[in-house]
Design a protein around this ligand. Structure first.
Ligand code: GLA
Length: 394
């Protein structure tokens, strides 16, 4: 996490004025431990918030504009509060504009302000840098709107939903709720077991006795991720519409059990759509089993479920690609790594592995060396600590 005084100093260098009225808010990225491509099918997910985050220093004013800058980018944007619908084509800043627009439409007061972003979530790595940017923006707006008596105290689940809506309707990515929910609601040292159908959730302590969660960044930027993502969603919808002939009461794929699926899968005419549905339905089961395994301290079973998830994402959902597959293969070749899978949307980005404490140094050096020699790309590794969700840093 960014140091509070450091970001305030940079804010003053950029915008001037007095540090005493600058406030700092932060919202994290996430790593999903298991339950991939299930959220938009009403299924289960199991993410943890990271300590890497999007932190902002911000000060209200009455200019009629939101000015936004970042510590690591040359881009600057200036949003006219009376024209928030107009910024969809921004290369950087459209997530923030989208959140402000959607919140304005929902009755929040949008305050003029200057903002400086400091992002430590690697960009485009499947660790939800965009959700972190959105949720912290939503929190700033909601807090100011509340302080001016226009809306109630910020409700983090509501802010997660508004952030998702901005990404869907303003930025054109048809994502589910997982990333924004994890960023808004994460808790230190815990993962969030979330039912995406009704947003009920439980915090599960990450007591990994002797093991750590290691994130491996393939440094392969996700390509065509958005169009393929939207295509996967459409394939799931097609499978559901055909399975409904047998189970008319099913509202989403998650409502169909593995056994029901096996009995009716021939109703799904297209082979590809059938494979997509099979992944989703069995992945939901794996999440339930993972939570049970972790609750009973059975880390090995959890690791096996993670690896099974990767295989399903590779063979049935087809969202892994060679870089993620190579990294998982090299990870599992290390004695002491008991489970490994891709995390996030796929098509590049990161893996998540469970590695015994004693094997971590070897894991990082060997997987790093072997991955590089097979792909020509130098990867990066982070030992993940589950952090807190969106909040003001006081
Ligand atoms: C992206 C989306 C999420 C989720 C994952 C896949 O991260 O933003 O909503 O669908 O992909 O599990």
């Amino acid at each position: 996490m960014t140091d509070k005084n450091e970001i305030i100093t940079k804010f003053i260098e950029l915008y001037g004025g007095d540090p005493s009225d600058v406030r700092v808010f932060s919202s994290p990225g996430r790593v999903n431990l298991i339950g991939e491509h299930t959220d938009y099918n009403g299924g289960f997910v199991f993410p943890a918030a990271l300590s890497q985050s999007s932190t902002v220093a911000v000060r209200r004013n009455d200019s009629g504009f939101i000015r936004i800058a970042a510590t690591d980018l040359p881009d600057r944007v200036c949003l006219d509060i009376s024209k928030l619908a107009d910024y969809k084509d921004l290369k950087w800043g459209n997530y923030q504009a989208g959140v402000a627009y959607v919140m304005q439409q929902s009755g929040y007061l949008i305050s003029s302000c200057d903002i400086l972003y400091d992002d430590t979530v690697p960009f485009g790595a499947g660790l939800s840098s965009s959700a972190a940017i959105e949720v912290v923006m939503a929190l700033v707006i909601a807090q100011f709107s509340y302080e001016q008596g226009v809306t109630d105290k910020p409700n983090m689940i509501e802010l997660a939903k508004l952030s998702q809506k901005a990404e869907n309707t303003y930025c054109g990515v048809n994502c589910g709720i997982m990333d924004q929910f994890a960023s808004a609601m994460g808790r230190k040292n815990h993962a969030v077991f979330l039912d995406c159908k009704d947003l009920s959730f439980k915090y599960v302590p990450l007591d990994l006795n002797g093991y750590k969660i290691v994130i491996g960044n393939t440094n392969k930027k996700r390509s065509l991720a958005e169009s393929k993502y939207n295509e996967r969603r459409a394939q799931c919808e097609e499978a559901l519409s055909q399975l409904k002939l047998a189970y008319p009461e099913a509202e989403c794929l998650r409502d169909i059990s593995a056994e029901q699926f096996e009995n009716a899968k021939t109703l799904v005419l297209d082979d590809i759509c059938r494979m997509r549905a099979e992944h989703v339905i069995y992945e939901c089961d794996r999440v339930l089993k993972s939570v049970e395994a972790l609750n009973s301290g059975d880390i090995r079973s959890f690791g096996n479920l993670m690896t099974a998830s990767h295989i399903s994402l590779r063979d049935l959902y087809e969202v892994t690609g060679p870089h993620l597959d190579i990294m998982v293969e090299e990870s599992l070749a290390i004695e002491g790594c008991i489970g490994s899978r891709m995390t996030g949307a796929g098509f590049g980005g990161c893996t998540v592995s469970i590695v015994a404490d004693y094997a971590i140094d070897e894991f990082i050096s060997e997987v790093g060396k072997n991955y590089e020699s097979r792909t020509g790309i130098v990867p990066a590794f982070y030992i993940s600590e589950a952090g807190d969700g969106g909040r003001e840093i006081l």
